[in-house]
Write a protein that binds this ligand. Structure first.
Ligand code: NAD
Length: 522
């Protein structure tokens, strides 16, 4: 069993890591308190603006600072769009180098500020490095099609151009990786970026801002404001959402947030990349390898204390293997080490805050009322870390998919439901409003292919013999329905950060019109 951190020991560590990461002390003052979920204590302070945006506000007293920051980002874009893409890729390559150099400290800060266990903190920074590598290569591969035309001596082609300022709104649970998925692509595509991180994780954002500044200093000649950090709450996000100088807004967070921002962006015909809540399921078939399934389910459901958008929340187990799997799951849930995420051996760190704990308890109450058998879910370590919320992950055997199962509760709760045929299980997988990630555990080819087919999972991510969480950056990431439909990271996600122009070129001396239309004048 892991231990729990003692209140009072985190602030000094945060201060030391921020110093090593090069966050200047002026950025660490202001009216807002930054808390660590490890103990719930205040570990630093921050102001509404930071980095380039703060410098700008100082230079322009009286001007609206958010307005001015977006204005400067737009001006940066006007220059950056003309820099050749492979050269833009060089900036992102340097960012990747700086992230490699800062990996240990930034990962430690992710742990201190977001509560991830050490290996997941390191994994998050590795993901940033990976997307930088990907985007650097991409900077030489931004390409369009050449298409045959019906007209003689004509050629048709597609060209891709930068959009402008890309606004990034991010959630607390991936405090730095989400910025990098967006920023690395947006920058090589020729855009500027304004980032509004979660108000729960301002310190990691300040650290990334400092790391980016080191990359720009090495690159030389980067226009001021190319990447701007806007710290603040919902209002700062709303400023990005409503500003017509921000043609693309990539918003990651709850479905409630997406429901608020999507119509506002649509009202001005902006482009929204929405990465919202998930309610991810896995189906365990009769032929499943149960050892592998057990490990995959444990990581997907309990990892990151159930605070991943792709966390496994619903498990449909075939009746023929239910009694072989579920008791082993109970055993794993009862013994998983919960506690100080800095300690080697801890697998489950704290929830982000009290609200998360309250939401978890209320979901468990609803599950009990619907006939669920709840084990786990209790608070741990409260005598050491007074204002922190460590919980034993909860395993809930449900008689059916009740309303509380169909809602995303951002906490480690796994609902287990018995099924008897695959159609029924796929139906249950799809019978929720969200559509992010899903998995099937089977060694039967027909079942696996059925799950991946048009009549299978309706999610943006569908896996076989892998849990729904822990995606690689090479694939496009995102989901359907109330998850928002956006795609980020790999594959051709870059297209969302560019505008497509279709060009038709007449290299002849006559003017044949398409569809045989004639129009003779004179
Ligand atoms: P949240 O919705 O509370 O906040 C996310 C961000 O949106 C924050 O920066 C917040 O300040 C901002 N925001 C909130 N309301 C806004 C508004 N009206 N206008 C503009 N900005 C606004 O989410 P959270 O608690 O930080 O994160 C957890 C949620 O995020 C979960 O639902 C999780 O599934 C989801 N998530 C989704 C993905 C994905 O890729 N699909 C990734 C990570 C997290």
């Amino acid at each position: 069993m892991a231990s729990f951190p003692r209140t009072g020991e985190i602030a000094a560590q945060v201060k030391a890591v921020l110093e090593r990461l090069g966050v200047s002390p002026e950025r660490l003052s202001g009216p807002n308190a930054a808390r660590s979920p490890l103990t719930g204590e205040v570990v630093a302070h921050w102001g509404a603006l930071s980095g380039a945006a703060a410098d700008l506000a100082e230079a322009n007293p009286g001007a609206d600072p958010t307005e001015a920051a977006i204005g400067r980002a737009h001006a940066a874009f006007l220059q950056w769009r003309s820099v050749p893409a492979p050269r833009r890729g060089e900036l992102v390559r340097l960012l990747g180098e700086e992230l490699r150099a800062a990996k240990v400290d930034l990962a430690a800060l992710v742990t201190l500020e977001a509560g991830k266990i050490a290996s997941e903190g390191a994994g998050e920074v590795q993901e940033m490095i990976d997307i930088c590598d990907f985007a650097t290569g991409l900077s030489r591969q931004l390409h369009g099609l050449t298409i045959v035309t019906e007209r003689p001596d004509h050629r048709m082609m597609e060209t891709w151009h930068p959009m402008g300022v890309v606004g990034v709104i991010s959630a607390f649970n991936f405090p730095v990786a989400v910025w990098s998925w967006n920023a690395a692509l947006a920058l090589v595509c020729g855009n500027a970026v304004v980032w509004k991180p979660s108000e729960k994780t301002p310190l990691t954002a300040l650290a990334v801002d400092a790391i980016f500044s080191r990359a720009t200093a090495r690159f030389g000649g980067v226009p001021e404001g190319l990447s701007t950090l806007l710290l603040g709450g919902r209002e700062a996000g709303e400023a990005l959402v409503d500003d017509p100088r921000v043609p693309v807004v990539s918003a990651t967070g709850s479905t409630a947030m997406g429901r608020a921002v999507a119509p506002r962006i649509a009202r001005r015909f902006g482009r929204a990349i929405l990465e919202l809540g998930g309610n991810n399921a896995a189906i365990v078939c009769p032929s499943a390898d149960l050892d592998l399934t057990l490990r995959a389910v444990a990581f997907a459901a309990m990892g990151t204390a159930g605070q991943r958008c792709t966390s496994l929340r619903r498990l449909f187990v075939h009746e023929s293997v239910y009694d072989a799997l579920v008791p082993r799951l109970h055993q794993a849930y009862g013994s998983v080490p919960v506690g100080d995420p800095r300690e080697l051996g801890t697998l489950v760190g704290p929830l982000i805050d009290e609200n998360a704990y309250t939401a978890m308890q209320s979901a468990l109450e609803d599950a009990r009322a619907a006939g669920g058998l709840v084990s786990g879910g209790e608070r741990l370590g409260a005598e050491d870390a007074l204002d922190a919320y460590y919980v034993r992950p909860a395993l809930v055997e449900m008689p059916f998919q009740a309303d509380c199962v169909a809602a995303e509760t951002f906490a480690p709760i796994l609902y287990v439901i018995r099924y008897s045929n695959l159609d029924e299980a796929i139906g249950l997988n799809n019978a929720v409003p969200q559509g992010l990630a899903s998995s099937i555990f089977t060694t039967d080819l027909r079942e696996a292919e059925r799950f991946l087919s048009a009549t299978g999972s309706d999610c943006g991510i569908a896996n076989v013999n892998i849990g729904p969480s822990g995606a690689e950056i090479g694939g496009a990431f995102g989901g359907e329905k109330e998850t928002g439909g956006g795609r980020e990271a790999g594959s051709d996600s870059w297209k969302a950060y560019m505008r497509r122009a279709t060009n038709t070129i007449n290299y002849g001396s006559t003017l044949p019109l398409a569809q045989g239309v004639t129009f003779e004048v004179g």
